[in-house]
Design a protein around this ligand. Structure first.
Ligand code: ZN
Ligand code: MG
Length: 363
């Protein structure tokens, strides 16, 4: 009896191992067509953790675009000098692949400039774009084109944007272009560099580079009439950037999810989540038909310590609560779709996202 049980046990063990082996071998690790690795759309919900996603999922009756992604991972967000990261250090980690100090953008812990995936893409002849709902020189987008140990040096960051060569950018911050302490008019600089500068997305025409500077400072909250500026900017950016046969890199930020968290304002958080997810839907629809585009959706850190302490799925309502008016140190989900998305499974540091994107492009 004992022998039979032992034999059966061994048999089950061997069988289960073999089965595991089989399922690993049968799963395609990457899309076998190298031609499929062409474009990346990186979408960052600033301050978007699992609480924010879970709340939005319930309120949208599970109809969230980001949940269309089958490959999901988890990233840790800690900064080099601080357990709780700021948006500069985390965007630098995601965009440039190195952990750095609080308030640093595009520089290492010693203040030396480091290249972002956007800069590498441009050096390799790809088109590049950024679209956000904050000022365009805010920490998250700035980490992709500027180098400064002080993220609040907004005038210098705007100056660096002018010479970045980015093909399409959209966001706020006009005052850092034409109302500067150094007297420079960067709107004129953009025009002389062959940009079309527009204050409304509907004014974009032709093939010139696009500088959409849509507000004096930040764009309004969604609830204050921003409308579909973010999703529309993604449509327009993809239309422009996808003309490049070599491919493109586009970073999209739902900038204000973070500010809703800092204000401990659940409605603000959710409105911004829905808007960001609408933009995610535009990117995923394009990737689905294009077949050569990797879409990555993640946050840079969680904000507010937002927890769901109650809710009702029958009427899609949630009861949330916050434990902080700042950022928190929890890990953040990473959703990936398209060729190479399998690589984003697992648990890793935020810096790995840069390395995976670099590997995808083959730089
Ligand atoms: Zn942030
Ligand atoms: Mg941000």
């Amino acid at each position: 009896m004992k022998k039979t049980a032992l034999f059966l046990g061994i048999l089950i063990f061997v069988f289960s191992c073999a089965k595991k082996e089989d399922s690993i071998n049968l799963t395609p690790v990457v899309d076998p067509q190298p031609s499929g690795y062409k474009n990346i759309i990186l979408m960052i919900g600033d301050g978007m953790g699992l609480g924010q996603i879970s709340g939005a999922r319930t309120m949208k009756d599970e109809h969230m675009n980001m949940l269309r992604c089958k490959n999901v991972g988890i990233q840790a967000t800690q900064a080099a000098d601080n357990y709780i990261t700021d948006s500069g250090a985390s965007a630098t980690a995601i965009g440039c692949g190195q952990k750095t100090n609080h308030y640093s953008i595009g520089v290492d812990i010693n203040g030396n400039p480091i290249n972002s995936i956007l800069k590498l893409a441009r050096q390799h002849g790809l088109s590049t774009g950024l679209t956000v709902t904050s000022i365009i020189n805010h920490a998250t987008p700035a980490s992709f084109y500027a180098h400064n140990p002080d993220r609040f040096d907004y005038e210098d960051i705007a100056l660096q944007l002018i010479s970045s060569g980015i093909d399409f950018f959209s966001g706020g911050g006009r005052k850092y272009f034409n109302d500067r302490t150094d007297g420079l008019n960067l709107i004129d600089s953009l025009i002389s560099r062959n940009y079309q500068v527009v204050d409304n997305l509907s004014n974009i025409t032709g093939n010139k580079k696009v500088a959409a500077i849509l507000a004096e400072v930040h764009l309004p909250k969604y609830s204050n009439g921003r409308g579909d500026i973010l999703p529309n900017s993604v449509t327009l950016a993809i239309k422009q950037l996808s003309k490049n046969e070599k491919g493109f890199f586009l970073m999209v930020e739902g900038s204000q999810i973070d500010w809703g968290g800092e204000a401990n304002d659940q409605d603000y958080v959710m409105d911004e989540m829905f808007d960001f997810d609408k933009a995610v839907g535009i990117a995923l629809d394009f990737a689905e038909t294009d077949g050569n585009t990797l879409v990555i959706i993640t946050g840079d850190h969680e904000t507010g310590g937002f927890a769901l302490i109650g809710g009702d799925q029958s009427n899609n309502s949630i009861q949330g609560d916050f434990v902080s008016q700042g950022h928190t140190g929890t890990m953040i989900p990473v959703f990936a779709y398209g060729p190479g998305s399998y690589e984003f499974r697992g648990i890793y540091e935020n810096t790995e996202i840069f390395k995976k994107m670099k590997g995808y492009f083959g730089f």
